[in-house]
Design a protein around this ligand. Structure first.
Ligand SMILES: *[C@@H]1O[C@H](CO)[C@@H](O)[C@H](O)[C@H]1NC(C)=O
Ligand SMILES: *[C@@H]1O[C@H](CO)[C@@H](O)[C@H](O)[C@H]1NC(C)=O
Ligand SMILES: *[C@@H]1O[C@H](CO)[C@@H](O)[C@H](O)[C@H]1NC(C)=O
Ligand SMILES: *[C@@H]1O[C@H](CO)[C@@H](O)[C@H](O)[C@H]1NC(C)=O
Ligand SMILES: *[C@@H]1O[C@H](CO)[C@@H](O)[C@H](O)[C@H]1NC(C)=O
Ligand SMILES: *[C@@H]1O[C@H](CO)[C@@H](O)[C@H](O)[C@H]1NC(C)=O
Ligand SMILES: *[C@@H]1O[C@H](CO)[C@@H](O)[C@H](O)[C@H]1NC(C)=O
Ligand SMILES: *[C@@H]1O[C@H](CO)[C@@H](O)[C@H](O)[C@H]1NC(C)=O
Ligand SMILES: *[C@@H]1O[C@H](CO)[C@@H](O)[C@H](O)[C@H]1NC(C)=O
Ligand SMILES: *[C@@H]1O[C@H](CO)[C@@H](O)[C@H](O)[C@H]1NC(C)=O
Ligand SMILES: *[C@@H]1O[C@H](CO)[C@@H](O)[C@H](O)[C@H]1NC(C)=O
Ligand SMILES: *[C@@H]1O[C@H](CO)[C@@H](O)[C@H](O)[C@H]1NC(C)=O
Length: 806
């Protein structure tokens, strides 16, 4: 921008008009769900147990403006729990920043280069404006937040209203200023701070052009849950008022000379309060009584020049309303492959559903063209944050409603393998993130493979990548691959006292890593079979049975000294073959739940108990059920797991056990169980998800559960339960075919949640699962419902496949 125009009439149009129209699915998206700090703390008082209060289980959902899978994510940042930038906790606003992740735990993510808009400075003195994030934090006007797909607005106590919208790599802000005060004439000052939310900056620089007001800058930062550093660049232009003066600031001191600065880590002024520094532009009071100034922030991981060109290309004219409506249109297009016949289902349930779909489409982020690490013509997606969370529901859901994006994400995973030597388990901000259990990208690849995804995916390379996970231990298995591979190959389990001089990582989680490695190897076996590697198939099938090696058949479980009545749980085992001991309820919400994270003094199971991990044999549920004394006993065990608060649905390992009744011939109990969680744990309040959304994991669970076809990820299996709507359809964008699931005898009170009979395209269908062909080929699955469990789907031949039963 060479010069600035005065605010024009267009920008002064009322901004509140309802864009939503009847039938517009976006009016059922509430992007504030999961922005509260409360978590779901209501006790489930069954079996006399009280669910412990689980603290620090906020949703951390990103509430601001983004495109589907977009890079720019603009929102107001709070000074409370700000992993996702904004939180509905009434804490103060420290600025408006342009990149975020959604729903993550760990440190806050991104939030680089926030803008702050002051209506003026006291006594008209630049040095009386507040520059540091501590000093400038301003309370919000309660009730002023409006959040919609592609749009976010908030008004602060200083009467500045901020609105924001985005394109793929650019954030556009519109600040509305109040009239001036006697001691503070209207003369807006907008600053850009070289900081990020985790305060991880090591070095950065900024400069401001005194003529155009353009601020460009760069910084080196650390990822929020990983190793290494990344550089990010920005380019900010203003529109709406003429420039009065410009300069830089450091700490709370500002000056109009020089026009640039660089900051490094000096070894003294260290984290957590790194030195505040940045640039500012002060404007003359907007003329003609117009009070709006727009700020356009282009972003790039490549260079400041690319940040500027992204902005100029994507938002050439600062047109806020057209950018906002293009973002809305992008969301409508993305989501409208799914259609729902709501019948008399409440707005609340519709909002739970569509908001879940929305949250599952925020990440991973498309950084194609923005990857400075290697040159490639392949797509580059980032914020696989983390695959341990996302393989269970997010990727299976994206495969259903946006298979094209899923294929690009898989190609991107393979390109990461090609250039970094391993598939990621977690990745954010161009850096390697921490691995939580197995090498679960193997499951994502196998899931796409068994669903016949092609779309340019190099399956030979994919096979090479999963073999590398299974065979070659990396030096740092905290961030990729698997540890303990020597023991895994020779002993068939991860020993609690493993001797592993081949690589480093947290020597914990021996039980959960064992069952995850076993399932990862099953997924590799499936790919081996399809790709014609018969010997590999046998090898990995054998390794997939390793879960048995940690099954201790005489292990009992007591809660506060009272026998639970169940015997047989996974237990740790030493290298010499003798058993270790971990209370089967340890790491559950009932006992030391918060002692089982990814820390060096973690335990043998990760974020869940042996009770929970003992059910994790997705490859061979038939054999597990036999091992656990047959279907009746297994059903009682699942009931106990859910009703005793041993299982916390806010962690993703809790998802599949909702549906495992199918494998015991009781599909009706899966349906009933889903209704105990929705809406009790998943609803429309700001605390309406039970834990971190984890990049949309909770959102995708909701969608799959309410759709009535829940995947066993990594397999061509969807377990059938009634949708929460009379009818739901999904159009496959690749084949163009439409799959419809229809309920007969549906009631919105959910009395009739038990399937009595099913037809597929008019023909009786008794299996309690269906394959992905249904979605590719399209068709109608019609479920007749009743108030009691029936014989449908209960016979041996109706059950989903298991390794031991074929
Ligand atoms: C076990 O007993 C203690 C002490 O009475 C109590 O605080 C706790 O809630 C009990 N736990 C369960 C799971 O019942
Ligand atoms: C927010 O700002 C107000 C007014 O400056 C202050 O009283 C309050 O303590 C701040 N709250 C937080 C969470 O910083
Ligand atoms: C906003 O609401 C919160 C919670 O009710 C309250 O603590 C705070 O004082 C309110 N702020 C204002 C400015 O009314
Ligand atoms: C944003 O990027 C996606 C690809 O991820 C592309 O399909 C879409 O057209 C882009 N949107 C705009 C408005 O350029
Ligand atoms: C930070 O410093 C490193 C090492 O000197 C340099 O390579 C990098 O380009 C710098 N990054 C930024 C954003 O200034
Ligand atoms: C400021 O910009 C000038 C001119 O480009 C450059 O020579 C100087 O090194 C910069 N100073 C800092 C501190 O970055
Ligand atoms: C600006 O507009 C406000 C509200 O419309 C009005 O009250 C005020 O007098 C106007 N100020 C000037 C200088 O025109
Ligand atoms: C990518 O290619 C460009 C142009 O050939 C080159 O300047 C750049 O260094 C390459 N980047 C990497 C990471 O190899
Ligand atoms: C995959 O392709 C094979 C061979 O064409 C076909 O038999 C199978 O049904 C397809 N599976 C899916 C899930 O589409
Ligand atoms: C384990 O439980 C079973 C049945 O509940 C009981 O018979 C047995 O004595 C218990 N074993 C131990 C070691 O407590
Ligand atoms: C096996 O190893 C464990 C852990 O090192 C040790 O405590 C135990 O005594 C050993 N048992 C035997 C029989 O050597
Ligand atoms: C269980 O949690 C308590 C309280 O946080 C802690 O003091 C104790 O060390 C934990 N026990 C184990 C075995 O981790």
């Amino acid at each position: 921008m060479a010069f600035l125009w005065l605010a024009c009439g267009l920008l002064a149009l009322p901004f509140d008009y309802a864009l939503a129209q009847d039938g517009d699915i976006l009016r059922y998206v509430d992007s504030l769900i999961g922005t509260g700090l409360g978590g779901m703390a209501k006790p489930q008082e069954k079996l006399g147990n009280t669910r412990s209060y689980i603290d620090n289980r906020a949703g951390h959902v990103f509430a601001g403006a983004t495109l589907p899978f977009g890079m720019a994510k603009a929102v107001a940042d709070v000074n409370g729990e700000n992993q996702g930038g904004y939180a509905s906790d009434y804490s103060n606003i420290t600025g408006f920043s342009h990149m975020h992740d959604s729903g993550t735990g760990g440190s806050p993510s991104l939030g680089n280069f926030p803008l702050v808009a002051h209506p003026g400075c006291h006594n008209d003195d630049v040095n009386e404006c507040k520059f540091t994030s501590v000093d400038r934090a301003t309370p919000q006007v309660n009730g002023s937040v409006l959040a919609e797909p592609g749009y976010f607005t908030i008004t602060l106590e200083n009467a500045v209203r901020a609105e924001m919208t985005v394109t793929n790599h650019t954030a556009l802000y519109r600040f509305s200023f109040p009239e001036g005060l006697a001691d503070m004439p209207l003369s807006p000052l907008i600053l850009a701070d070289l900081i990020d939310l985790p305060k991880s900056r090591s070095n950065a620089s900024v400069s401001v052009d005194p003529n155009s007001g353009r601020i460009v800058g760069s910084g080196a930062f650390s990822p929020s849950f990983g190793i290494g550093t990344y550089d990010l660049h920005f380019c900010t232009d203003f529109f709406g008022a003429s420039i009065r003066d410009t300069g830089v600031f450091m700490n709370n001191r500002a000056g109009s000379q020089p026009k640039n600065l660089s900051v490094v880590t000096d070894g003294v002024n260290n984290s957590p309060e790194i030195l505040p520094a940045g640039a500012w532009v002060r404007f003359k009071a907007p003329e003609n009584n117009a009070t709006q100034i727009s700020a356009r922030v282009g972003l790039s991981f490549m260079s400041t020049a690319q940040a500027c060109s992204n902005a100029e290309l994507e938002i050439p004219d600062f047109d806020f309303e057209s950018t906002r409506s293009a973002a809305r249109q992008a969301w409508t297009d993305k989501m409208s492959v799914i259609s729902v016949t709501p019948g008399s289902v409440s707005d609340e349930f519709q909002t739970i559903f569509w908001s879940g779909l929305y949250r599952a489409s925020i990440s991973p982020q498309d950084y194609t063209g923005e990857n400075p690490l290697w040159n490639s013509t392949e797509p580059y997606y980032d914020s696989f944050y983390c695959i341990w969370d996302s393989y269970r529901s997010i990727h299976p859901l994206i495969t259903l409603f946006d298979p094209e994006s899923q294929a690009l994400m898989i190609r991107s995973l393979l390109d990461i393998y090609r250039h970094e030597g391993k598939l990621p388990d977690c990745r954010m901000s161009l850096c390697k993130g921490f691995t939580q259990g197995g090498s679960n990208a193997d499951v994502v690849l196998a899931d796409a493979y068994v669903k016949n995804m092609t779309q340019g995916i190099d399956w030979a390379l994919a096979y090479e990548a999963v073999l590398s996970d299974a065979e070659d231990e990396p030096l740092n298995w905290a961030v990729e691959g698997r540890g303990g591979l020597a023991s895994w190959k020779s002993l068939g389990y991860v020993p609690a006292d493993d001797f592993d001089p081949h690589g480093v990582g947290p020597f914990t989680r021996s039980i959960s890593r064992t069952v995850e490695y076993a399932y990862n190897d099953f997924c590799i076996a499936e790919m081996a079979r399809g790709l014609g590697h018969a010997a590999d198939y046998e090898k990995y099938v054998a390794r997939s049975e390793n879960w048995r090696n940690l099954y201790k058949e005489d292990q009992n479980s007591t809660i506060n000294g009272t026998e639970t009545g169940f015997t047989g749980f996974l237990q740790p085992k030493f290298m010499n073959g003798t058993w270790g001991q971990q209370d089967p309820i340890f790491c559950s919400p009932l006992l030391n739940f918060t002692s089982c994270y990814l820390n060096p003094d973690g335990h043998e199971t990760y974020e869940g108990s042996s009770w929970l991990y003992t059910t994790y044999v997705p490859q061979d549920m038939a054999s597990l059920i036999t091992t656990l004394d047959g279907p009746d006993s297994f059903v009682r065990r699942l009931d106990y797991l859910h009703e005793s608060a041993l299982l916390y649905i806010g962690d993703e390992q809790g998802f599949l056990p909702v549906y495992q009744y199918h494998y015991a011939g009781r599909p009706g109990k899966s349906a009933a169980r889903a209704h105990t969680y929705i809406p009790s744990q998943f609803n429309t309040s700001v605390n309406g998800i039970p834990g971190n959304d984890d990049s949309g994991a909770m959102g995708s669970f909701i969608v799959l559960a309410m759709m009535g076809l829940f995947p066993n990820p990594g397999q061509n299996v969807y377990l059938i339960t009634p949708p929460f709507f009379p009818e739901i359809s999904i159009t496959n964008k690749i084949s163009g075919n439409k799959a419809t699931i229809r309920n007969v005898n549906f009631d919105a009170e959910y009395t009739n949640v038990y399937i009595q009979s099913v037809t597929l395209n008019g023909v009786a269908y008794t299996k309690n699962r269906i394959g992905h062909e249904f979605f590719v080929d399209g068709g109608v699955l019609e479920l007749t419902l009743g108030p009691e469990e029936s014989a449908w789907g209960t016979r041996y031949e109706d059950l989903p496949p298991s390794l031991s039963t074929g």
